[in-house]
Write a protein that binds this ligand. Sequence first.
Ligand code: E4P
Length: 215
Amino acid sequence: MKFFIDTANLEQIKSAAAMGVLDGVTTNPSLAAKETTPYRELLAEICKVVPGPVSAEVLATEYDGMMKEAKELAAIADNIVVKIPTILEGLKAIKSLTEEGIHTNATLVFSPSQALLVAKAGASYVSPFIGRLDDVSTHGMELIEQIVTIYHNYSFTTEVLVASVRHPMHVVEAALIGADVTTMPYSVLSKLIKHQLTDIGLEKFISDFKKAQQG
Ligand code: E4P
């Protein structure tokens, strides 16, 4: 499974890249709004740090505006993937951008029917937001199972990018289902390595060895 980091914060991205397991980055307008550097400048910096796919989101909500913005974003770097909202106008834009060779990430996906449509339109990635589904008393991970099954049934090449991840078990469950990618906040990425028994065990190994040396 590929690991993406879900942030527009350059320091977090650098630190995640240094872990050696980072495959890409996802950003969105809310994440960009937390940073002081203008979005497009920031994207150019991020693309220099991470050679893998970097998702950059359009703000337009109608076809022509999405197409214009998508082309401007795609011109920033070769590894930009344009995030398009999963609405009717977005579906048309995904189809056209795919035909023009621009990679897309269909965002704000909450149902299997939306995922089926964006795959038919040729999206490179589909982003189901599982945490937001969990927040409204729905089992978000069931949506991942459904999408993985549908894409497998018809050999769609759209990659399933699990988004709106809240904790390490979301990552584990996504991996068990066989999702292609999980994008996660820095806080979740840094928790994946941690286990208290590892820390306790390591401390004991070192103290046992030191005691034996002293005795
Ligand atoms: C994905 O691409 C989105 O940026 C993100 O995962 C949204 O997560 P949130 O629901 O925590 O805002």
